[in-house]
Design a protein around this ligand. Structure first.
Ligand code: AGP
Length: 612
């Protein structure tokens, strides 16, 4: 949610900023802006995507070797040119980019207005840069000191970077609950909301911690202090990311590439953790906290959106294989519900980005209550991965399409390995069951590949339903969360209203919606309750609904009843979601493309939701 990029060194800043913004655009695309220093501060900002800014700045003097940039997902104020970042102080000496929300901005703004400050925008960001200016000028303080004092008066979340017209060699940056990474070069520094803009410049990165302020200087000096003025020794990480991972590599959309990467990303998630020959499932975090995990009272899974759907599958897995009570919570609800969480509980956080504000806040609460926090995260070094006691990365590589696909199957793969491992340790699954599941897991990448080969058929079905206004997704057991996920995918990228339901719940309400206009996508690969799903399909057909059924290869019964069927290979029931979700991802993708939607950057959304 909002992307920040900044540069100071000896290279031209403008192309670095522009490319960085393109890499970060998936974090927000309501407006974009940059500020550089060419005989004074020059700010350029434009409503819309980075391409609009690029066209707008085509002829600028790009000799500046320092600059800041921003791509915005609007919170305070409409997405227009004025509210776009960077924002300037009243005296024009400072410019700032910001990701996050200043919650007490209204009272700060009123106080500043009383002191004569005049604001141009409706943003909380402009209030913060005016506050910094006020402190800097009143007490004639160095910028870093003014930032430190200002931030101690602020309630909320921020990652900020500032430039000072009177000190053209430095950038000042700070963060709290919004990410900021510093790339370290030879007498140059690159700052960004995540590592994607840095990878082509350096592999040395520092993840700024909460309540730290950094001052980077083009002479190569860097100083990091806490808000309490304590000097910190930064730890330089080696970035493990390839530039190709950030390119479309021949696909029209990142989402399409990411759907097709799944045979590889699922295999990568299992690599070194699951061995068929030596019969083990080994997850570092599980080994380390085996006692706490196997003796836990219950697992609470906290997540949002697609990750929450993966969490629901986790509930089915842990209950069945580990015989452990599980609760799956929307992180946003868990946080504000005064939940009963004890030291015997384990809270598992699922998050692709590792930055989702609601999930982070829920974890902080659970941590205060003494629960063990286990993170299942994709982005290495992200805030959630650093907050947890233990955890596992899903190793799916950068997911750039806003609609999550490969991260979902990565999360489900990880949860499945965790459930098999814990079930075996707790003795709730037998050795033969353990071996069967481990063996079948290793077949999953090849089976996903097989499902992807049905793309043309799925595309044809997409063409048949692309103009419908609504869609209903039904599934039972492990396929119920898959139905929810299928509906979310369709909603978010094609703007067709879709709902997911447990198949048996249809008769308790949604059946009233069914007529010849309503496509019903039934995920009907179940071994258990198969006959019940067949009955649900008959109920839809009796009301003239169109049925698109995802079935197990060789299914003769449902194929005769459904209007369209998509076959997936047979597998263990607990592993079904890893296959049954693939046709739903492809269906949504092709519908969205046919409707002319911007698949990778759907309206109003952003990849990493760093505001509550
Ligand atoms: C998925 O397609 C979404 N765009 C969204 O629901 C996402 O899963 C949610 O915001 C959670 O994000 P996280 O996994 O990065 O925490």
């Amino acid at each position: 949610m909002c992307g920040i990029v900044a540069y100071v060194g000896s290279q031209q800043a403008y192309p670095i900023l522009l490319n960085g913004l393109k890499r970060l655009e998936y974090r927000g695309y309501d407006s974009a802006g940059i500020a550089i220093m060419n005989g004074g501060l020059k700010t350029f900002k434009k409503k819309g995507k980075v391409a609009e800014l690029e066209a707008f700045t085509e002829n600028i003097d790009d000799h500046s070797t320092i600059g800041i940039g921003h791509t915005r997902w609007a919170t305070h104020g409409a997405p227009d040119d004025i509210n776009a970042h960077p924002h300037s102080s009243g005296n024009g000496r400072l410019v700032m980019v910001h990701n996050g929300i200043i919650e007490n901005y209204d009272s700060l703004r009123r106080a500043l207005e009383r002191d004569g400050h005049v604001f141009k925008s409706e943003t909380d960001t402009e209030v913060l840069v005016h506050l910094i200016e006020e402190i800097q000028t009143q007490d004639e303080l160095p910028l870093e000191e003014a930032v430190r004092i200002a931030l101690s008066r602020v309630v909320g979340a921020y990652a900020i970077v500032l430039m000072d017209a009177e000190d053209p060699d430095i950038l000042v940056a700070a963060r709290k609950a919004s990410p900021l990474v510093i790339g370290v070069g030879e007498k140059e520094f690159f700052l960004a909301s995540d590592a994607t803009p840095l990878v082509e410049h350096t592999e040395k990165v520092i993840y700024l911690k909460d309540e730290e302020i950094a001052v980077v200087n083009r002479n190569g000096d860097m100083q990091i202090k806490t808000l309490n003025n304590q000097l910190q020794t930064p730890y330089i990480h080696k970035l493990d990311m390839k530039i190709e991972a950030l390119e479309k590599e021949g696909y029209d959309f990142f989402m399409h590439k990411e759907i097709h990467q799944q045979p590889v990303t699922i295999a990568d998630c299992m690599r070194g953790r699951l061995s068929l020959e030596e019969h083990y499932v080994r997850l570092g975090g599980v080994e380390e906290y085996e006692q706490r995990l196997t003796k836990a009272n219950r697992f609470i899974i906290a997540a949002c959106g697609t990750s929450w759907h993966a969490g629901l599958i986790g509930e089915y897995l842990f209950e069945e294989l580990v015989r452990m009570p599980v609760e799956v919570e929307y992180a946003s609800e868990l946080r504000y519900r005064n939940p009963i969480i004890t030291e015997e509980d384990v809270v598992i956080a699922l998050s692709q980005s590792g930055e989702t504000a609601d999930t982070l806040a829920a974890l902080e609460l659970a941590k205060e209550k003494g629960a063990l926090i286990y993170g299942i995260v994709n982005v290495v070094g992200s805030s959630i991965s650093r907050l947890t006691d233990a955890g596992s990365y899903i190793h799916a590589g950068p997911e750039i399409g806003v609609a999550s696909t490969k991260a979902f199957t990565g999360q489900v793969t990880l949860l499945t390995m965790m459930a098999i491992s814990l079930g075996y340790k707790r003795g709730t699954i037998s050795t033969s069951m353990f071996q069967r599941l481990v063996s079948e897991m290793s077949n999953i990448p090849a089976k996903v590949k097989k499902v992807l080969q049905f793309e043309d058929q799925i595309k044809y079905i997409a063409g048949e339903i692309k103009d419908r206004q609504h869609a209903l997704y039904l599934g039972r057991g492990y396929n119920f969360p898959v139905a929810l996920e299928g509906a979310l995918k369709l909603k978010e990228i094609s703007y067709i209203h879709a709902e997911g339901y447990p198949a048996a719940e249809m008769k308790h309400g949604p059946i009233a919606l069914i007529d010849e206009e309503m496509p019903v996508i039934v995920i009907a690969t179940n071994k258990s309750a198969y006959d019940k799903v067949v009955s649900n399909i008959q109920e839809v057909k009796a009301r003239k609904g169109m049925v698109i059924a995802v079935v197990t290869e060789g299914d003769k019964v449902i194929s005769k009843m459904a209007d369209y069927t998509i076959e997936i290979p047979d597998t263990e029931e607990v592993l079904t979601p890893l296959l049954s979700v693939i046709p739903l991802q492809l269906l949504s993708y092709h519908i969205a493309v046919m409707r002319g939607c911007d698949v990778d950057q759907p309206r109003n959304l952003a990849k990493s939701v760093t505001v509550e």
